[in-house]
Design a protein around this ligand. Structure first.
Ligand code: OSB
Ligand code: MG
Length: 360
């Protein structure tokens, strides 16, 4: 369990944070060392899990189901944890580590094992709620100057249409979207239709974190495509949401659906239904961020994701070199074995709050 200070505070509709607490998983097997990251935070505001629940579920229930087991393929790890219900972030942390382990054992990049086809991914940024519209416009300008391919801003009641209008006035027709993190309800439909005037790429998760059908009703009132994040915590819910007309785009976060294998299944389902996907972010360190880069190499990740440069989040990051974005707004997918980044152990040690070791 580690804590790192954020380079800049991050504010969403559920509050402002200055640091990030998360878990790292390290697995040693057959002479290689693999890494994964659990995206649960120290509060249950985005999802119901926390670092403490993930620690408990991993050590008491999940690790004993997978440690020392001979898996033919990492896709078999998620099904092996099936008797534990929910706790997708805890499951994903172990499952993703298993993918890194398998890729390193085979000596190939993780993206190759996952079925990735891209050598670089298009990068976007997620800009939190600011103290003023002037500050927001300044941040958008700085991110644009760094080359990012699309801007997402966090919105909530009282910080929404005016914020979008300020950006459109200053920057014109840039690729722009908003993320409400479930801050509205269906009764706000007429207000949310106000976003239609701004030609947004999408509005992400306007309604409740576990809702499908209200989103379908809202989508019928909006021209702007709805993208679901929080609501899609399994492949089945992704199918249900598409069938119900609740969204036209899906944000994939492996931590939210239980890992890489479930993410690939969700990606494939969306591809078959003609629904584009993009890779979300959870303020990961370089370790989780590297996993996200490899997954983003799959073909239906056709929209820029929230996978951005290390220096926006942590200085220094836990990896060296950090992940950097080119002037064209893309990030190369690492080519070394596994996640293909170098973990700086003394930085991990310094940020560590608690550790445990388990053996088969
Ligand atoms: O809703 O996409 C979200 C961060 C933490 C929790 C939820 C979300 C986010 C982000 C930040 O938007 C994405 C990132 O830059 O990592
Ligand atoms: Mg979101």
């Amino acid at each position: 369990m580690l804590r790192l200070p954020l380079v800049r505070f991050f504010e969403t509709s559920f509050g402002r944070v200055y640091d990030r607490t998360f878990l790292l998983v390290r697995a040693d097997g057959d002479g290689v060392t693999a890494w994964g990251e659990c995206v649960a935070d120290d509060n249950p505001y985005y999802g119901s899990e926390t670092v403490e629940t993930a620690w408990h579920i991993i050590t008491a229930f999940l690790a004993p189901l997978v440690l020392g087991v001979d898996f033919a393929h990492p896709r078999d790890v998620f099904p092996a944890m099936r008797r534990v219900r929910g706790h997708q972030m805890a499951k994903a942390a172990l499952e993703m580590t298993a993918w890194d382990l398998a890729a390193r054992q085979a000596g190939v990049p993780l993206s190759a094992v996952l079925g990735g086809t891209r050598t670089a991914i298009a990068s976007g940024v997620s800009i939190g709620i600011q103290d003023s519209l002037d500050q927001l416009v300044e941040r958008v300008g700085a991110e644009r100057a760094d080359g990012y391919r699309r801007i997402k801003i966090k919105v909530k009641p009282g910080w929404d249409l005016d914020a979008v209008a300020a950006i459109r006035n200053r920057f014109g027709d840039i690729p722009l979207m908003v993320d409400a993190n479930a801050a509205y309800d269906l009764a706000d439909g007429a207000h949310l239709a106000g976003f239609d005037a701004f030609d947004l790429m999408m509005i992400e998760q306007p309604l409740d974190y576990d809702d499908i059908l209200d989103h379908a009703a809202l989508q019928r009132q909006l021209k702007t495509p709805i993208c679901l994040d929080e609501s899609i915590h399994s492949v089945r819910l992704g199918r249900d949401a598409i069938d119900a007309g609740a969204c036209r785009i899906i944000n994939i976060k492996p931590g939210r659906v239980g890992g890489h294998a479930e993410s690939v299944r969700l990606h494939d389902l969306c591809a078959a239904r003609g629904v584009p996907v993009w890779h979300g972010g959870m303020l990961e360190s370089g370790i989780g961020r590297a996993h996200n880069l490899h997954l983003s190499a799959l073909p239906n990740f056709s929209l820029p994701g929230d996978v951005a440069a290390s220096k926006r989040y942590y200085q220094p990051d836990l990896i060296e070199p950090g992940i950097e974005v080119g002037t064209d707004g893309t990030i190369p997918v690492p080519t070394g074995p596994g996640i293909g980044v170098h973990v700086v152990m003394d930085r991990v040690e310094r940020a560590t709050l608690r550790r445990t070791e388990m053996r088969a």
